[in-house]
Design a protein around this ligand. Sequence first.
Ligand code: NAP
Length: 280
Amino acid sequence: MNTTLDTFRLDGARALVTGASRGIGRAVALALAEAGARLALSARSEQALKETAEQVAAHGTEPVLVPGDLADLAQAALVDRAAEALGGLDVLVHNAGILPTRPDGTPILLPLQHLPQRAWDEVLAVNLNATVAICRHAYPYLAAAERASLVLMSSVAGWIGTPMMEAYAASKAAQISLARSLAVGWGRQGIRVNALCPGWTRTDMTAFAHTNGPLSDWLLAHVPLGRWAEPAEVAAAALYLASPASGYLTGQALLLDGGVSVPDGGLAGIPKPPSPFAVP
Ligand SMILES: NC(=O)c1ccc[n+]([C@@H]2O[C@H](COP(=O)([O-])OP(=O)(O)OC[C@H]3O[C@@H](n4cnc5c(N)ncnc54)[C@H](OP(=O)(O)O)[C@@H]3O)[C@@H](O)[C@H]2O)c1
């Protein structure tokens, strides 16, 4: 007899994780492997993917690597390579995503009126257009699976107002909308689709903030739990969404944000330091 805990297992499930070279995606890959899934892993950096693969292999399953740069939509065919290598696809956690960045890798945090169109286009290309292409490629494999789960790694930024990150926030809101539409459209094919919306999580993407004391303090003053999320905490929620434990859940946005999306009307009395942002 299956226990409740057993429903979190993914023994033998064929799963693709994108953005698996570091951060949240690497943690998701490890969690799914720990639950027994057979994995395909994707990102641009093959060396970093190999490091994730070594950690995954410690759980007994050697992953397939399907590198690709999702700024190029044709690279979404990596889904086909993954499914062919695994013999199908039951789970897809599409996690690859970007903030707008300068050539030196620092994030561009500017209000919309100052954001170059090029930066908007780059973010929408990777975060939204590639998501659509990945979903399109994944459909035939997920529809053929007995019970499929598609998890789109969105963000709380797609749920709340996020000034100075408008491009990122709009792309993440679009992922939530896509998850809802696909959940309805693909429900009869047995495909569940949900968006996972983390709050501030300690990864390379947010190094500009978690390594900057005053900025980190100011951001955390707006987080009821008062701390950064760790990638493993996001991975645990991804495992829930990917596994039969969430078998009746579809079309939802799961906000894993330490409470940042809950309005408190100021009544919690959490002191807010002065904003470190000088809005141009
Ligand atoms: N960290 C947070 O606070 C936070 C909060 C909410 C949501 N999220 C979302 O969670 C996801 C993972 O974020 P993270 O914090 O783990 O970021 P990260 O440390 O910067 O990792 C991003 C991942 O995406 C991959 N990637 C980036 N651009 C790509 C491209 N053009 N083609 C293919 N892969 C690409 C990266 O691999 P390569 O560089 O090797 O290609 C890496 O594996 C993102 O979708 C992000 O929006 C993050």
